[in-house]
Design a protein around this ligand. Structure first.
Ligand code: NAD
Ligand code: IPM
Ligand code: MN
Length: 358
């Protein structure tokens, strides 16, 4: 049978708790499939740094890159922990993986599942996907500071936007939009202020629109986009946006669709030259870590995105169906917060195996 080499990075905080459930679900759903995920665990994150002083060595990176995909929980210690002051796990590990593995598509779907309460009174049809650029923008670390610690300090953080980088992610987004029923693409930027990068993004969208005449193209400034995500989220189908705007919009998107515990993502290298990486949108949640309070659904839905990525569409659909059924059951039958992380994973596995979904 087909073998897929999977690097598993549980990470910090709730990362190991949610990844345990995601792996359970992966094993259950693939049990009857002609595919095997060969899992290699990698112990990386704040805990590793505190033990060894390493964040991600060249050997770690090479070993991970030799896999077909990566499943990651979350990384990052307790914000403000003085022992981590110089570690910067987020840059040194998570962003280094996204950049080194050329994850230029950060795919973040938002769906309001049946029965899941939204904080919006009238959410309407919430079913959109944010395609967040993953390798450029203000994230690249192109900056510096001078006269640090003095009243004359100057700290620059320069957003990098290349024609190559913008074109490839916008092209991917057009392709996704073309394949969805509503065929609508919204560019979100801040072209009225960030005129250089904004102009490059807008010109790129305009140029590619001619190649995708079936796609309706729209534009919103990022501040206005936050209004509509709350007041009328059903206007969105596919959003394409810059790395930082995409980060912010997808936490908001998670909040309107039932919470950060449900938001899944894929960091995709579409050409398959490097392993893609699948992870919940949320972080290590130190406030609830170690207590079995985290919702593993985001990690489990990230497994579904991974299965889709490998063309295992039936398995992906079964995970989505089991999650959907579990979400309906939990809103009907359980008080919020009354289920442990493991019990949610077990319930989803039970739905997969006992109700013919596996
Ligand atoms: P966070 O996402 O960890 O937590 C924000 C809030 O959401 C917290 O109240 C948390 O309890 C809650 N939450 C998160 N995931 C949940 C889940 N599965 N179920 C229930 N509640 C959940 O964001 P933060 O507090 O800003 O960051 C904490 C640490 O995580 C920081 O070190 C940050 O840099 C890091 N981080 C890592 C990633 C990643 O690894 N991909 C993503 C975001 C933040
Ligand atoms: C996310 C996180 C990361 C990001 C951080 C931890 C670097 O917030 O995956 O959304 O900003 O991309
Ligand atoms: Mn984020």
């Amino acid at each position: 049978s087909r073998r897929i080499k999977l690097a598993v990075i549980p990470g910090d905080g709730i990362g190991p708790e949610v990844i345990a459930e995601a792996v359970k679900v992966l094993d259950a759903v693939t049990a009857a499939e002609p595919v095997e995920f060969d899992k290699t665990p990698f112990s990386l994150g704040a805990a590793r740094f505190l033990e060894t002083g390493d964040v991600l060595t060249p050997d770690d990176l090479a070993a991970i890159a030799a896999h077909d995909a990566v499943l990651l929980g979350a990384v990052g210690g307790v914000p403000g922990d003085p022992r981590l002051a110089n570690a910067n796990i987020e840059r040194g590990l998570l962003l280094t993986l996204r950049f080194s593995l050329d994850h230029y598509v950060n795919l973040r779907p938002t769906v309001l599942f049946p029965g899941v309460p939204s904080p919006l009174a009238a959410p309407g049809n919430v079913d959109f996907v944010v395609i967040r650029e993953g390798t450029e923008g203000p994230y690249v670390g192109n900056g510096g500071t001078i006269r640090q610690g003095t009243p004359n300090e100057i700290a620059n953080e320069v957003s990098v936007n290349t024609a190559f980088g913008v074109e490839r992610v916008v092209r991917y987004a057009f392709g996704v939009a073309a394949g969805r029923p509503r065929q609508k693409l919204t560019l979100v930027h801040k072209t009225n202020v960030l005129v250089f990068a904004g102009s490059l993004w807008q010109r790129t969208v305009n140029a590619l629109a001619a190649e995708f005449p079936e796609v309706t193209v729209d534009y919103l400034h990022v501040d206005a986009a936050t209004i509509f995500l709350v007041s009328n989220p059903s206007r969105f189908d596919v959003i394409v946006t810059d790395n930082l705007f995409g980060d912010i919009l997808t936490d908001l998107a998670a909040a309107i669709s039932g919470g950060i515990g449900l938001a899944a993502s894929g960091n995709i290298n579409p050409e398959g030259r490097f392993p893609s990486m699948f992870e919940p949108v949320h972080g290590s949640a130190p406030d609830i870590a170690g207590k079995q309070l985290a919702d593993p659904t985001a990690a489990i839905l990230s497994v579904a995105i991974m299965l889709d990525h490998f063309g295992l569409t039936d398995a992906a659909a079964r995970v989505n169906a089991a999650v959907t059924a579990d979400l309906v059951a939990r809103t009907e039958a359980t008080a919020p917060g009354s289920r442990s992380t493991a019990s949610v994973g077990d319930a989803i596995v039970a739905l997969l195996t006992h109700e013919g979904l596996a």
